[in-house]
Unconditional design. Structure first.
Length: 628
């Protein structure tokens, strides 16, 4: 039997190999997509902006050269561009696409305008070319950071080595002991969670099922930790999650410094970014003048000018000194430094250490990504729910071999004593919540009395399943509720089911009445696990006169698109309908848990029961709804 202390290192080395497989798989998929997929298809997927209008180019406050671009198509295509993602420019000539040699990265995106930070060389080519577009590029950097973090952890001594061994073994984590604090606006399990966080010397986990106030609890825990420590590091997997928690902390009056730019560009969110604060600093004008002087000296260099280098060096020294002074002031004033997991490798954080790291959405992050910020800290608090969305792993081989197992899951298994399960939910009608609580949380989640019986219509049944296998049409009608396969990246589509989804929504709206929907702003989420179905539903919704007045109250998206959100009414189109009972990635039940727990008062599921109920989860769900 292998010695216990050897196992973390072996496990992490195996993980590094699996990450390598994932890296190769993603790189290959990206190459094929770049070479084989048509331009319009990439635009539709949200991975390309084309055609572009090129705007002005300038130096931003962090002295990076940036260029503005505008997307000309104002279709409501949701795109995948966000801060920090690498991009590449291309130009189109007839059928031929030529990529420019330089890679750039997104600085920020706001509607149809994007600011891209670019290397100095190669910019002229982009500005002078015709028919220019921009495409998301393979994200080499994130992988580099993850490999680097795993290497550091594998070879770590000291505190990092201690945490590594602790997370992989079953030895109890150390705690401080003091009597519990009371927080009047938290419920019992939330209060328990905050106390556990404060007592933890090494690690604590806040496990928050849907609607249980995980963010509220985490914000409280951070707020209380800041009474004992001068500064903490707060990270999450996605920019969106970082924005969300930063905003809540700012609302509590905490000075947050956000490294990187937010996904929703508004003044409130931008006001706590490093870039905006840097620009607003009183010494910034002086720094700007120095940078301008450096550029002018370089541009006007005369042949044989002996003093050129001295001049430039002198100016650069003064600029660097000022830059550091501004940076240090911003960092010393901030109580929370917030960024994504990969963003924590930003050189702005070089040399910074923190007592405590909070990782939100920890169940959605690859373990390797969590180690990037853990290298800077002495204790780790994770929050999330490993019964909801898992991390994205593209390679089936790597997934099967365990790459999808998160650090949070590992610690939950090895150290149940550090976990607090939040048990009171404030979102769903009792009947909607009960199924999820039974299946995923050992029946431990309860409904707060204020939401227990919430519903839109009197005597309404909170959950309905419209079984499409009940609809039989003559062969020659051309109507069929069978799924169609439409290519790897988009998956499957079921047009008849999409039509029926909108029809069912229309009928439900007619029952409620237009006046009331508009007056009370009753909102709806239409969810499908398949992107093709989502796009088809969006197109159909636009064509229906009936839904015109309700624009803005209805959103249609994939399960991942609804992460962390809630709606009064949720409709789910499950798409799968075939004779073999194949349900593909609907077998990932954590995704379904997210889908069914977005609804506050009414959940309508559309799906072919004869296909789906061959799987025990869907069978149980179908029977549960049937019995209501």
């Amino acid at each position: 039997m292998e010695k216990l202390q050897d196992s973390p290192i072996l496990a992490l080395q195996k993980q590094r190999q699996l990450l390598q497989i994932e890296y190769e798989a993603e790189k290959e998929a990206f190459r094929q997509q770049t070479e084989n997929m048509g331009l319009q298809r990439k635009v539709k997927r949200g991975d390309v902006w084309y055609p572009l209008t090129i705007g002005k180019s300038y130096f931003n406050s962090l002295n990076q050269r940036v260029i503005e671009v505008f997307r000309e198509t104002d279709e409501e295509i949701e795109h995948n561009f966000e801060y920090g993602k690498p991009v590449v420019f291309f130009s189109v000539d007839g059928d031929k696409i030529s990529y420019f040699k330089m890679t750039a990265s997104v600085s920020y995106v706001d509607g149809n305008r994007m600011v891209i930070s670019v290397p100095d060389n190669g910019l002229i080519d982009v500005q002078t070319a015709a028919n220019v577009g921009v495409q998301l590029f393979f994200d080499e950097t994130s992988y580099k950071m993850m490999f680097n973090a795993l290497d550091k952890v594998i070879n770590a001594k000291g505190r990092l080595g201690y945490l590594r061994d602790l997370f992989y073994n079953r030895v109890k984590a150390e705690t401080f002991s003091f009597s519990s604090l009371h927080f009047p606006y938290l419920n019992a399990t939330q209060e328990d969670a905050v106390n556990k966080v404060l007592r933890a010397k090494d690690v604590a986990i806040v496990h928050g099922p849907p609607g249980t106030g995980k963010t509220t609890t985490l914000v409280e825990a951070i707020y209380e930790t800041l009474r004992r420590e001068s500064q903490v590091l707060v990270c999450a997997q996605s920019n969106m999650a970082v924005d969300w928690i930063s905003e809540k902390l700012v609302d509590r009056g905490v000075n947050v410094l956000r490294i990187g730019n937010p996904t929703r560009v508004n003044d409130k969110m931008l006001s706590f970014t490093y870039e905006r604060r840097f620009e607003a600093h009183p010494d910034y004008e002086m720094l700007w003048a120095l940078r301008k002087a450096i550029r002018e000296v370089r541009a006007n260099r005369k042949k044989g000018d002996q003093k050129f280098h001295q001049k430039v060096e002198r100016l650069k020294e003064r600029a660097t000194e000022l830059e550091l002074r501004i940076k240090n002031e911003l960092f010393s004033e901030a109580r929370v430094i917030a960024c994504t997991l990969v963003g924590s490798a930003n050189r702005l954080l070089d040399g910074q250490r923190f007592s405590t790291l909070f990782i939100d959405e920890a169940a959605q992050a690859l373990e390797a990504a969590c180690w990037i910020p853990i290298r800077r800290v002495s204790r780790v608090i994770l929050a999330g729910d490993h019964c909801q969305l898992p991390p994205t792993v593209k390679s089936y081989e790597a997934l099967k071999a365990g790459l999808g197992k998160t650090l949070m899951e590992r610690i939950v298994e090895n150290k149940p004593e550090v976990v607090t399960l939040l048990k009171m939910q404030y979102r769903m009608n009792e009947d909607i919540m009960r199924f999820s609580s039974d299946w995923f949380y050992n029946n431990q989640v309860e409904s707060s009395p204020d939401v227990k019986f919430r519903s839109i219509l009197d005597l309404d049944v909170p959950m309905t399943w419209i079984d499409t296998s009940q609809f039989v049409f003559p062969e020659d009608s051309g109507i069929s509720f069978k799924e169609e396969f439409i290519g790897e990246s988009f998956g499957r589509i079921n047009k008849a089911e999409a039509e029926l989804t909108l029809l069912a929504l229309q009928q439900y709206f007619e029952k409620i009445g237009k006046e009331r929907i508009l007056e009370e702003r009753i909102d709806v989420g239409v969810i499908s696990p398949y992107r093709a179905q989502v796009q088809y539903l969006r197109q159909q919704l636009k064509k229906r006169e009936f839904f015109k007045p309700f624009k803005g109250l209805i959103s249609i998206n994939t399960v991942d698109g609804f992460q962390g959100q809630e709606r009064d009414i949720i409709m789910i189109s499950l798409v799968r309908a075939n004779d073999d009972g194949q349900i593909g990635f609907l077998r990932d039940l954590r995704r379904m848990n997210v889908a069914i727990t977005r609804a506050k008062m009414k959940l309508i599921i559309l799906g072919d029961a004869s296909t789906l109920t061959r799987h025990p989860f869907y069978k149980k769900l179908y029977e549960y709804i049937d019995a209501l």
